[in-house]
Design a protein around this ligand. Sequence first.
Ligand SMILES: [Zn+2]
Length: 117
Amino acid sequence: MMELEEIRLTIDEHEAIRLADLLDLPHEEAGRRMGVSRATFGRIIQRARRVMADALVNGKAVQIEGGSYRFVDETRWFCCRKCGHEWEEPRGTGRPKQCPACRQKDLYRISKKTKKK
Ligand SMILES: [Zn+2]
């Protein structure tokens, strides 16, 4: 099989496409979610769309790489001492009251990073 040529999409660009084109958010709202200005978001989405168009039209593989925006900070992981169940809680929801698997309250926070290249 022929190797596909690869082009890179940063995590910021990936997130921009998700917010603007998948969730259909206005640029202002999407920018706010990513912590950037509307103008900056506009530049990110513009480049992101060009990369995607290049991939579609020229049959390239899109590789997603690191950006300044980190998914890692968005979720917190907890682990249950009783059953060992691990789960993630979105930021801002407060500490979970019990293990979703066994309903025990003996739980602790663990650090778990989404895998990074
Ligand atoms: Zn449990």
